[in-house]
Design a binder for this molecule. Sequence first.
Ligand code: RIB
Ligand code: CA
Length: 315
Amino acid sequence: MKKIPVIIDCDPGVDDSYAIALANSYPEYEIVALTAVEGNVPAVLTRHNCLCLRETFDMENTKVAYGATVPLVRPYFREESVTHGEGGVGGIQFPQPTRAQEEKEAWDLIYDEAVKHNGELVVFAVGPLTNIATALRKYPDLPKYIKKFVIMGGGTFGNVSKTAEFNIWVDPTAAKEVFEKLEVYMVGLNATHAAAVSIEDFDEMLEITAGGKNKATEFLHKLTQFSKDNSFGRGQDNNVIHDALAVAGEINPDTVKYEKYYVYVEDREVENVGETVVDLKGESGKEQNCWVAMDVDQPLFAQVIKDMCKYYAEK
Ligand code: RIB
Ligand code: CA
């Protein structure tokens, strides 16, 4: 069976880690690359975490390429994140990675792989869109080589402000350009919060991964314990596994229902900077350019995540 080539542009990140694990567990996918971008934690950490996650999940055919360290225009830097813990992946300590990153920068690797796979490449972008926008600026013909482009980002409400979601808000200029140049499948906060897993879901995941039969299962057990301890009134909402829903919507299309709307990104430094403005009423008269995740099947999503845990536990 010919596998589907996939690149995951990410800022790991606890939920990014679940997304990578899920994509890697799907037999129809060949994860050709993980590309690191600034975001949840500084790029030095998202880069290191990409290298470590690749080896944690034995992703032998996956390249890692380093991308942006800062957004295109407005500076952004966050030393660390309570949501993502020390080091950016729940405080989990990894062995030193044995394989290095590619010499190519993320945007060059994305383009080269898109051309190599001649229009079959699926790209998930689950961090700020700096790398994607840079690739589009450098290679204007990139869109014709991308089969599908799915983001975790944006939505009909925000988490940095009432209207702005983190991935879009960190680099609104990049997001604006990406939405203007690519057809985006947008899995936003309205969808990810509706798909939040329950404490019972977490407990089932902990039971499945208990005993840590291999490094991937041991990692998922620790990641889930961190997420459970960091949710349900303990200050964070790590039970909203944002990035994994973007992947789940592709490997099991019944988990996410999309509707098409015109969407633009506000990148001016105004009150709603970073908003993905969704023309729900069709008042703009503009062409619908974005598939917006509007409905989810939470029990099915939770089952997809549990099945992913079983995949590694039974390896
Ligand atoms: O707003 C949630 C998004 O921001 C997720 O991708 C999370 O990993 C952070 O990058
Ligand atoms: Ca992310």
